[in-house]
Design a binder for this molecule. Structure first.
Ligand code: PSU
Ligand code: MN
Length: 301
């Protein structure tokens, strides 16, 4: 069922390092035409760290692990590219649809292909207003059932961060700060919440992955929370003001379901003069590079 690119297949067959990359950030998380440049740049960054990038998406009903340049262009520019969580995969396959995969769908397909390391910007999680909307990203449930290492800048700051951290604990998903004792805040280096564990090197992350396998507990993820460098973060005061606006606009316009996260991210980009976009990109770039180093350490292990 999976279409694994030749390059990714060869790397996996020889135990070489591979990093899975999601495509929702390209299709629905970043504005055009910047999104295409970013997608290609992220792949190049993975290669510079000595690993093979595997961008994941569904094209014409076929789930792809590893895209060529034309396929990445389709994800970035094609109108009607859907946003696919893992529950949407069978629907997209059976109807021949094309869509970008969220963290949940990407992690599922990556794990099925045998890719253990995955990089993204910020995870989905529990939305503010959860008591009214019950909106919790499917990312969390999938990470509770999938043995994959996700390098991210924490969870998106548009969310209820402490509630999301609590859900990760309840679901049994391991969380460690990378080089920090603070849980990162996506656009911000520090979400204001601590983490219980700190890892300091790619080798140490690989050792945790080996320990997960050796202990053979439930198939859960390892979240490596890697902060955006402080000098590249969004100004915290601006972040607080614009986010409050964005949340009001979302409610006033009655945005719901899958549209909430793209709406909020887009609102932040437009009302910070693109500063949130730069912080988002700085975070993703750093995550992709770290994921490349972790994949290399894992391949050597
Ligand atoms: N990280 C980013 N930008 C994004 C996302 C992550 O920097 O757009 C995407 C991921 O695909 C994540 C999704 O899985 O947002 C969460 O969407 P929702 O809240 O609807 O589950
Ligand atoms: Mn949601």
């Amino acid at each position: 069922m999976l279409v694994v690119s030749e390059e990714v297949r060869e790397a996996l067959a020889t135990g070489g390092p591979v990093v899975a990359l999601e495509s929702t950030i390209i299709a629905h998380g970043l504005p055009r035409p910047r999104n295409l440049r970013v997608a290609l740049e992220l792949e190049a960054a993975v290669r510079e760290e000595g690993a093979v990038p595997a961008t994941i998406a569904v094209l014409d009903g076929r789930p792809h692990v590893g895209l060529d340049k034309e396929q990445i262009e389709r994800v970035a520019n094609e109108d009607g590219i859907r946003k696919l969580g893992h529950r949407d995969l069978p629907l997209a396959v059976a109807t021949g649809a094309s869509g970008a995969t969220t963290v949940s769908a990407t992690a599922l397909l990556a794990a099925q292909a045998g890719v253990r390391v995955f990089a993204t910007g910020g995870l989905g999680g529990v939305h503010r207003q959860w008591t009214v909307t019950q909106d919790e990203s499917a990312d969390l449930g999938l990470l509770a059932r999938t043995r994959i290492t996700v390098v991210c800048a924490g969870v998106k700051s548009i969310l209820d961060v402490p509630a999301t951290l609590q859900r990760l604990e309840t679901l049994g998903v391991a969380v460690a700060g990378y080089g920090t004792t603070r849980f990162p805040g996506f656009y911000l280096s520090d979400s204001g919440h601590p983490v219980d564990w700190t890892l300091e090197s790619p080798e140490q992350v690989a050792a945790v992955m080996r320990a997960q396998d050796a202990l053979d507990g439930p198939d859960t993820a390892l979240v490596v929370a890697h902060p955006v460098p402080e000098e590249q973060q969004l100004d915290p005061g601006l972040h607080a003001r614009v986010l409050a606006d964005a949340l009001h606009a979302c409610e006033a316009e009655g945005v719901s379901g899958q549209a909430v996260t793209p709406f909020l991210l887009d609102h932040l980009v437009r009302h910070t003069d693109g500063a949130s976009l730069e912080a988002n990109l700085a975070a993703v770039r750093g995550n992709v590079r770290l994921a490349g180093r972790i994949a290399a350490a894992w391949a050597r292990a």
